[in-house]
Design a protein around this ligand. Sequence first.
Ligand code: DAK
Length: 257
Amino acid sequence: MSGFETISIEILDNVGIITLNRPKALNAINTQMVEEIGCALDAWTASSLAAVILTGEGKAFAAGADISQMSTFSATEAQQFALSGQRTLRKLEHFPAPTIAAVNGFALGGGCELAMCCDIILSGPKAKFGQPEVNLGVIPGFGGTQRLVRRVGRQAALELMMTGRMVRAEEAVSLGLALRIEEDVLTGAKALAAEIAKKGPVAIRLVKEVVDTTDRMDTDAGLAVEASAFGLCFATNDQTEGMTAFLEKRSANFTGQ
Ligand code: DAK
């Protein structure tokens, strides 16, 4: 459908699915993959998708940035990779609809960082997470020093980034890195996306927008943004339909208007 070489994409039941697709290299993230993920997200940004799922083909989600490619980078190429990576990761993090990482296997280095740009991380039973960059003499470069700290706290994040230790699914959940373990993680992600898709689409997007934009505000400023967004809901058909449907004891037929 897409002409992409390092990822495959599909839309099922109004949910976009991006599958990282270099299984022979454990879906290692190269410059082409970074660009292709960015293109797929661009194509979907203005759509009315209910959610986007990111997963990996084979036994890995992504085993990190492509070490073979990185080892040959000139300083300029490394800078281009960094800039392109930052652009794509920001597109993912700020994608207007909810995003779910269905982590089916290794999520290491840049792979773990890619997953952390998603709103929710679901873990398969065999998933392994880690930031092993120090083994290569470098530090995380796709935002791990920021997003891992926010997900699991400073102490646990520092331990993971300083030792490069891999954690299994159970520990990832107990740390708060992943939300829960799903036996079949892609099926679990689709079910979660379907659950979200039943709700008022405008409200879903506003929940994400308010949480994201108020992330670093103090509570009073955040509450002011929340109040404005709450007010905005009352200018939508979804609010009228949602409340009318409740009072009429029927399911709501949301239109996203
Ligand atoms: N890059 C390239 N190839 C990789 C790879 C990777 N990250 N990970 C695995 N592969 C390849 C292996 O080389 C092998 O290829 P062949 O030998 O078959 O050709 C194939 O995938 C299968 O891997 P293994 O044979 O090693 O499989 P095992 O099951 O034995 O081991 C493993 C799985 C995940 C434990 C092992 O492959 C491994 O340790 N992989 C490396 C994990 C790692 O260190 N990841 C972090 C990479 S550093 C930046 C942004 C981001 C980053 C840096 C900068 N900027 C914006 C500047 C990110 C850096 C990283 O992610």
